[in-house]
Design a protein around this ligand. Structure first.
Ligand SMILES: NC(=O)c1ccc[n+]([C@@H]2O[C@H](COP(=O)([O-])OP(=O)(O)OC[C@H]3O[C@@H](n4cnc5c(N)ncnc54)[C@H](OP(=O)(O)O)[C@@H]3O)[C@@H](O)[C@H]2O)c1
Length: 285
């Protein structure tokens, strides 16, 4: 099927890579071809024939965003660049698909719904919330809020697999609770929203299955990969970061309600099944 009317921004990131696999004939760019923080570059870009922009670009270094340079960079990519894309989407009547995060919330709610008021704890979270506000002025947008993204790139599962292989027994936080989201699931949800005539607006998108802490997820990673899960010990976020400088505060509760997405006819896949398959693939490569 021809998807040349779709344009993927931030194409080399974890999600961008999954979107290019989902839409092999879509047009795409990463920062080298189009730096979306430059209003001029975005305005001078040839948008003819594009009816949908998928924005997978972001500044995702949560702790880096707490530094003086990182703060500027995070606001540029997560807020200013999004406003640049919003202007273009408005001008050419393009549908904008944008990705946001549970970090726009303080994590005190047991379950996050799409209409929860913003309460970001960190610079990254605040810059993402600003991006969300910009997107929401459009008539045609899908804003997907997700958590704990795993795909092609540096991510938590790969880090833990590497520790397991090296015989390291990690201490992992047990007070942050949520669900993994595989980039294939995000790409599938985006395609579902775009093709099912779902009402425009904000949707939570994560994998389904039992909510778990990072420590519990790590035990699953060790066990699926054939290592002893008793090598993983629990710690708290406060203990883990004690004495470390420049650490961004993290929301503890990251469980997203999937009801609104499910009401559009989308059945979210279980993260444990996806994790098992992901690890099997990693071990083959
Ligand atoms: N990762 C998570 O756990 C997580 C959790 C919740 C929400 N999210 C959200 O999910 C989305 C996808 O995240 P991800 O994990 O796929 O991120 P990622 O792997 O960090 O990818 C982001 C991509 O954006 C590119 N980029 C950065 N600045 C740019 C610019 N000025 N112009 C164009 N491209 C630029 C990056 O290029 P360089 O690498 O060259 O900088 C990178 O290829 C983001 O919106 C993120 O906020 C992620």
């Amino acid at each position: 099927m021809d998807h040349s009317h779709i344009f993927i921004v931030g194409a080399n990131g974890q999600l961008g890579t999954a979107l290019r696999a989902q839409y092999p004939t879509a047009r795409s760019a990463d920062i080298a071809e189009l730096d979306i923080t430059s209003r001029e570059s975005v305005e001078n870009f040839d948008w003819s024939g594009i009816t949908t922009i998928l924005n997978a670009a972001a500044y995702t270094n949560v702790d880096g965003a707490e530094t003086p340079e990182g703060r500027v960079a995070a606001w540029k990519v997560n807020a200013i660049a999004v406003a640049n894309l919003v202007r273009i989407a408005k001008k050419y009547n393009i549908t904008l698909v944008h990705i946001s995060s549970d970090y726009v919330f303080d994590g005190t709610k047991e379950l996050h719904t799409e209409d929860e008021p913003f309460s970001p704890l960190s610079v990254y979270g605040a810059s993402k919330a600003a991006g969300d506000l910009a997107v929401a002025i459009l008539p045609n947008y899908y804003l997907l809020r997700t958590t704990w993204v795993i795909g092609e790139g540096k991510n938590f599962v790969r880090t833990m697999l590497d520790l397991a292989k090296r015989g390291i027994s990690p201490s992992v936080v047990s007070d942050q609770v949520g669900r993994l989201t595989f980039t294939s699931e995000l790409a599938r949800a985006i395609d579902h929203l775009l093709t099912s005539d779902a009402p425009f607006g904000t949707y939570n998108v994560t994998n389904d299955g039992p909510a778990a802490s990072w420590a519990e997820i790590t035990r699953q990673i060790f066990s699926y990969a054939g290592y002893t899960d008793s090598n993983v010990t629990d710690t708290t976020t406060a203990e883990y970061f004690a004495g470390k400088e420049g650490i961004a505060p993290r929301p503890l509760g990251s469980i997203m309600s999937l009801e609104k997405l499910q009401a559009t006819g989308f059945e979210s896949k279980n993260w444990q099944d996806e994790l098992k398959a992901y690890i099997a693939k990693e071990q083959q490569s």
